[in-house]
Design a protein around this ligand. Structure first.
Ligand SMILES: Nc1ncnc2c1ncn2[C@@H]1O[C@H](COP(=O)(O)OP(=O)(O)OP(=O)(O)O)[C@@H](O)[C@H]1O
Ligand SMILES: [Mg+2]
Length: 464
């Protein structure tokens, strides 16, 4: 057994010295303190605290309460005067491991210390192992126990130190943003900017000046020169979100940045160089866009140097219990909610949902449930899982018809994609689910750019 470090709190100098010598000769490291006030700052170092209960100023019991308030995890043995068992009982209730009644023999003291220390060492070992285990299923704050996620962590670790371009693919809410940031954080660029550019949010004419900057007078309203996002990110990382939405003329310029790290500001002939690492993300299948000519093939290959595909949550259900407990812990702290834990039955309930909104939906569900839960432990009945969207009815007069930022067209496309997914790409089956004829579905698919054109094919391309 490794000897531990002991903090001895005793106001009688002589007794303290005697005990100290005894414990040191038994192999322990011992710090002495003559009051609780003096002991507090030393306690974080100790595996075990031995404290007299009657002390000048703060009492031994108050000292133990302070340990709890500060999350100090040392084991505690209390020393009580003859005839004051009540105080010892109180201390034990607060979690003290044992007590010694004065007068005690030094051999008795040593035996108790060795016993308590052995338990404490085991407990520490246990905690350390548990923490290590948690660490293995976690990368920064990204939780993942499934094989797919562990593989992703491994890839991130290997690729982060390089300048290789990474293409993240996955549905909305699977964690693309988090992974992009983790790549930056684990790279030598971490002390330089991480600049995220949402390629959907920008109208085409603004996008060029946003990305590459402009010179004074380049267009009406350009009253001063301005560097673009790529310049701002010099030596850092640019995260191009929703890369599939980048218009053709910008695709050409991105290709040049990726190939030569060069560009010009709008309204300037001066060629500038930047040192940036590019991470791109897409929640559509870029290969489908490629086939339809909406995305340049050369750019696709430049981006797809290291592809990372993040599967939807329903395809890695092993992650759900870990994510759920992580969110309960994190959000209950942030919200100060009454509920702070989740029951195994509630986790089982979470496992039966299909999570079309992926991890984001799980996180939001846990948050809503925590806010409204009436007790300390979340039960299945406390879970506010949204009803499947297919069962939607007409919202009441005050409620918004569609979620904020949603359009009818996009909504319809989501339904169609979901139907095809459930039907494994079989159009006749998907059409039935949607209450459409096969031809009506084909028409909509062609409008979405997903129709293969071949009358024979019954499977939609680009959907898996
Ligand atoms: N593995 C994970 N561990 C912990 N939290 C996660 C994990 N994956 C996602 N989240 C959380 O879920 C939410 C959505 O994640 P994120 O924004 O990274 O998704 P996304 O793929 O970028 O989505 P979108 O395509 O909509 O931009 C965030 O609040 C994030 O913190
Ligand atoms: Mg995102």
């Amino acid at each position: 057994m490794p000897p531990g470090r002991i903090l001895l709190v005793e106001d009688e100098d002589k007794l303290r010295r005697v005990i100290q010598i005894q414990l040191e000769s038994a192999g322990f490291e011992v710090d002495g303190a003559s009051s609780a006030e003096q002991a507090l700052p030393l306690a974080t170092l100790a595996d075990l605290v031995i404290t007299d209960l009657r002390l000048p100023g703060m009492s031994g019991v108050e000292l133990i309460q302070q340990f709890q308030a500060r999350g100090i995890s040392a084991a505690v043995i209390v020393i009580t005067a003859h005839g004051s068992v009540e105080a010892a009982v109180e201390a034990m209730k607060l979690g003290a491991a044992d007590f010694l009644q004065k007068p005690f023999s030094l051999d008795h003291l040593t035996a108790i210390v060795q016993k308590v220390m052995a338990v404490q060492v085991l407990r520490d070992e246990n905690r350390r192992m548990r923490e290590e285990l948690d660490q293995r299923y976690q990368f920064d704050n990204i939780i993942g126990r499934s094989g797919a996620m562990r593989e992703i962590f491994h890839t991130v670790e290997r690729v982060a130190p390089t300048r290789a371009t990474v293409l993240l693919a996955g549905q909305s809410g699977v964690g693309k943003d988090m992974i992009a940031r983790a790549i930056h954080q684990h790279s030598p660029r971490k002390n330089h900017p991480f600049i995220k550019i949402n390629c959907t949010a920008l109208p085409e004419n603004l996008m060029e000046s946003e990305l590459f900057g402009y010179e004074k007078g380049a267009f009406t309203g350009a009253n001063a020169s301005k560097p673009g996002k790529f310049e701002q990110a010099d030596q850092g990382t640019v995260f191009l979100d929703e890369i599939g939405d980048v218009p053709g003329n910008i695709q050409v310029k991105l290709l040049r940045i990726l190939q030569e790290r060069q560009f010009e500001r709008l309204g300037s002939n001066l060629t500038r160089s930047v040192d940036v690492r590019v991470v791109a993300a897409t929640n559509v299948d870029l290969r489908a866009a490629l086939e339809q000519g909406r995305f340049r093939e050369d750019l696709y290959y430049r981006l797809n140097v290291v592809p990372i595909n993040i599967p939807p949550l329903r395809d890695r259900t092993e992650d759900i219990p870990f994510l759920a407990r992580h969110f309960v812990q994190k959000l209950s702290r942030e919200l100060g909610s009454l509920a702070k834990e989740i029951s195994p039955a509630a986790i089982d309930r979470l496992l039966t949902h299909s999570w079309p909104g992926n991890v984001r939906e799980l996180e939001n569900t846990i948050e809503r449930s925590l806010v409204l839960a009436p007790a300390e432990v979340l039960q299945p009945s406390d879970l506010r899982i949204e009803a499947p969207r297919a069962a939607a009815s007409v919202p009441s007069a005050q409620a918004p018809l569609l979620p904020e930022g949603e359009t009818l067209e996009h909504w319809e496309q989501m339904m169609i994609r979901e139907a095809l997914r459930r039907a494994n790409g079989n159009k006749s089956q998907a059409a039935r689910m949607l209450g459409l004829t096969r031809n009506a579905l084909r028409y909509r698919l062609s409008q979405m750019g997903l129709e293969s054109g071949s009358e024979e094919a019954d499977t939609a391309p680009g959907l898996s």
